[in-house]
Design a protein around this ligand. Structure first.
Ligand SMILES: [Zn+2]
Length: 191
């Protein structure tokens, strides 16, 4: 879902949060995806969350929007003076010459898709972090709790794909980060 869709759903439950600056650049209702598993690449917790949805590239052909754009720079660095050519790849040649697989700047953006990406049939698998910790309140391990919630959500959405426990590379700092509270499992795994 897009930031706008998520904000709208959240604001039904609580007061709206301050807007992200991307709100100013007509991308608030678009959906941003990365070309690589960022947890694996950075060897650390990905701050956007402990769940990775791995999409099949076929979805690019079948977005029901017809428009898939690729950013040339990260929107968090855009300002009112940033030109269109510095924000986005503007041609196939431009993309072939300069796109770097795994770059944090080069994000694949599903535009004008009504704030929701139809992933049914295009989700290969779900990868879930296991912080090997328990919730303070109920003494249930975070992984099992999140696994159950994802199973339920997938059943409701008609999705049948494997949920895999993340296997980290040697030297990954995620367990330390979850344990020392740098990445707060309570915030990342519970509502
Ligand atoms: Zn890890």
């Amino acid at each position: 879902m897009s930031r706008e869709t998520i904000e709208k759903l959240s604001s039904q439950k609580r007061s709206p949060k301050p807007s992200h600056n991307s709100n100013n650049y007509s991308i608030w209702n678009d959906i941003f995806t990365d070309s690589i598993d960022l947890h694996k690449q950075a060897n650390s917790v990905h701050n956007y969350g402990p769940v990775l949805l791995e999409l099949d590239t076929e979805i690019i052909k079948n977005t029901y929007t017809g428009k898939v754009w690729v950013t040339k720079s990260n929107p968090t660095t855009w300002d009112t003076n940033t030109s269109h050519e510095r924000k986005w790849f503007v041609s196939v040649n431009d993309l072939e010459d300069s796109f770097h697989y795994g770059s944090l700047d080069h994000m694949i953006v599903f535009r004008h898709c009504g704030g929701k990406l139809p992933i049914l049939g295009h989700l290969n698998r779900v990868v879930l972090d296991d912080p090997r910790l328990q919730t303070e309140r109920y003494r249930i391990d975070y992984f099992s709790m999140a696994f159950g919630a994802l199973m339920l959500a997938m059943k409701e959405g008609g999705l049948e794909v494997p949920i895999e426990k993340r296997t980290c590379n040697q030297g990954c700092s995620c367990l330390d980060s979850y344990r020392n509270g740098k990445s707060e499992p309570e915030k990342m795994f519970t509502l």
